[in-house]
Design a protein. Structure first.
Lengths: 296, 296
């Protein structure tokens, strides 16, 4: 049980964490800090938070745990703001989608507090955002990756682990570098591919947004496969700008490797290599079936 | 109402056509022709067909409509086989995912029958296949594209239109070249991208298929976005080999254009161009929202 939890940024991620912990009976009092008055009021109304605070010093007073759940690009600035008011025993954790940049920011701005800093990433996304999209069940059965620093204490890791487990998440640990490499492959690259496909198809149409789609528009013929493929292209542009820049080295390597595969397939088409094409598609289908069967 | 419908290839596509027409009360007798005895028995049991025929001459006798619903790669051979037995009044149509190759095959193998040949493509896919996956509602609200030849009679187009409308499909017409260009963008390219992503991620893992996925495997951290993005990578390798080869010119052009976008984004990352990245992602999200809102 924690007495006082402070959530900075009460959107989908922070709000769902609050609702899940409350449902699990793991927290007494939740203070929300955020820029949008309207969003904070919604968080209050939904019962995600007990109190809206516009004053960091009083918000952080006697806090047991502080969750930083703003977009990744703002984390450094937030750390600098909270650092003067953090009490030594307060555990600070985050929910950023990239981890090396968060660790770097913490080394700059939370240098005296690293023992109690636990970088974390709940691998649960949605195209929705804001407190109104928050959901106590968002983390149920999802992965939560901790990337503790050498300085992070075992006790702080244990407490953050317990909180996420109370939200229903499967908690694992790895280095920040390994996290960023894996996420570049399974999340950041697919998002980039989906955003680009959506642009690629819609830019070729010359579609006037005030007109309903007609048979003159290629998008008129896009079906459920296209809809599912591009679902992640409905995600927040600001958030994905930040993620791509924060993880640009690993992501760039993934793009390069992927482009090589695309070029190889292009060559199979050019030389009419039906066997090679079928092998590519069959191994992909097998890999996907294996993945679906083995998913824990 | 048609008296005798012959379906060659009673899988998901042919079987669903049969079930939908029967439900709509548009057909008296349906004859199925297919290579897999087991699949044909399932089609019979499900009531998709009334009769299994292993003898083309008698199957085609007095047929009103023949639907060719085999994989695209087999259509030329099937046309050559049925051509000697086709009666002049029998309408022949197909359900192939590409149309220029089907038109070329028809010009070779159904040269005397082009007046009654109506190339068609129901834009409705599923990863499932076989008669057991057939569904009377598969075409409800889906697009059906006809790409009639200059030789195709208005009467034949009208009859095929009515049949697909009875299945619940929205029927439109365009040239085979335009169809193939549009489908390369909204369907064939996304399938290729999904197959390649699945391979890209799974090949980098060195995952032993006999072991359950653990936190050492990147795929362990793939979430619902990845699942939806790669759904179409569960599609039939043989079918997609045929489609990619049948439409390789249009598809190659799409791959080239898409590679350019990927390269441009790679350069935005390299020069840390946060504004350009956000613009790319925002325009994709807007295009997708517009598409979802305007979808008829």
């Amino acid at each position: 049980m924690i007495n006082k939890l402070v959530i900075i940024g009460v959107g989908l991620i922070g709000g769902s964490f609050a609702l899940a912990l409350r449902k699990a009976g793991k927290v007494k009092h939740i203070v929300g800090v955020g820029r949008s008055r309207e969003n904070m009021q919604r968080a209050l109304k939904r019962g995600a938070i007990d109190e809206i605070s516009a004053d960091l010093p009083s918000a952080l007073k006697h806090a047991d745990v502080v969750l930083l759940a703003t977009p990744v690009g703002q984390l450094g600035g937030i750390m600098a703001q909270i650092s003067p008011y953090l009490e030594p025993g307060t555990i600070v954790t985050d929910a950023g989608s990239t981890k090396q940049d968060v660790v770097t920011a913490a080394r700059s701005h939370l240098a005296g507090h690293l023992k109690n800093f636990v970088p974390a990433h709940p691998v649960a996304g949605a195209e929705l955002s804001g407190a109104s999209a928050a959901d106590a069940g968002l983390y149920q059965g999802k992965n939560l990756v901790l990337t503790p620093l050498d300085e992070t204490s075992a006790e702080a890791v244990k407490r953050v682990t317990e909180l996420w487990q109370a939200c229903g998440a499967h908690v694992s640990q790895m280095s920040a570098a390994r996290h960023d490499k894996i996420l570049a492959a399974v999340s950041h690259l697919p998002h980039v591919l989906a955003f680009l496909l959506m642009n690629h198809v819609s830019s070729s149409t010359g579609h006037d947004s005030s007109e309903p789609l007609g048979p003159d528009d290629p998008l008129h013929f896009a079906g459920s496969g296209f809809r599912d493929f591009t679902r992640i292209a409905g995600s927040s542009p600001e958030m994905w700008r930040d993620i791509c820049l924060a993880n640009r080295e690993a992501l760039s390597r993934q793009i390069d490797a992927y482009q090589k595969q695309l070029t190889a397939l292009r060559e199979m088409l050019a030389r009419d290599d039906s066997k090679a094409l079928e092998r590519v598609f069959a191994s992909a289908r097998e890999a996907r079936q294996r993945w679906l069967e083995n998913r824990s």
